[in-house]
Design a binder for this molecule. Structure first.
Ligand code: S3P
Length: 170
């Protein structure tokens, strides 16, 4: 069984996922990272050059492959789970953990990370985050085996919280 972390940009999927994998002594797989390795270009460049649709096709292919693995910690991109096919593949052999955070916290984190998020390349980023969250809310929540709010705790504390909660999953 894989542990699959998903949710919006900036909710801590990568930082918490790395800690979880370390604690569970297993491999951490970041779907965005696999996409970048495969294609040899950054995600923002891919959006620019080939468009979001092409990115979603590659994301779909990579997700299908990653979902076949076992006992890994997997971090999705913010949009991965919105595709019902991706969700189906990942939940076949995994438990789906939704990470959430307040819009202002998300904005603060993505700005600090400095990396370009193609979907947030607008003037009013907070409004864009709020709109996308509202649009995605139901699909995010529907897919979750566990929901963890990340705004006010450290990744370390949250990883411990998740480990305690997943004991009941086996
Ligand atoms: C996306 C989130 C990004 C990346 C792409 C699209 C989204 O991943 O997959 O920019 O649709 O929310 P992170 O959530 O890791 O930033």
């Amino acid at each position: 069984m894989n542990l699959v972390l998903y949710g919006f940009m900036g909710v801590g999927k990568t930082s918490i996922g790395e800690l979880l994998a370390e604690k569970l002594n297993t491999e951490f797989i970041d779907i965005d990272e696999v996409i970048v390795e495969r294609t040899g270009i950054s995600i923002s460049r891919m959006f620019e050059k080939y468009g979001e649709e092409r990115f979603r096709e590659i994301e779909n292919k990579v997700t299908r492959e990653v979902a076949k693995k076992n006992n890994k910690v997997v971090a999705c991109g913010g949009g991965t789970i919105l595709n019902p096919e991706n969700r189906r593949h990942l939940s076949k052999n995994g438990r789906l953990i939704l990470l959430t955070a307040e819009p202002a916290v998300i904005l603060d984190r993505v700005q600090k990370q400095g990396g370009k998020r193609p979907l947030l390349m607008v003037d009013d980023k907070l409004a864009r985050i709020q709109d996308l969250l509202a649009e995605r809310h139901d699909k995010y929540v529907e897919a979750a085996d566990l929901i963890v709010e990340t705004s006010w705790e450290t990744p370390k504390k949250l990883a411990e919280e998740i480990l305690a909660s997943i004991e009941g999953f086996q």
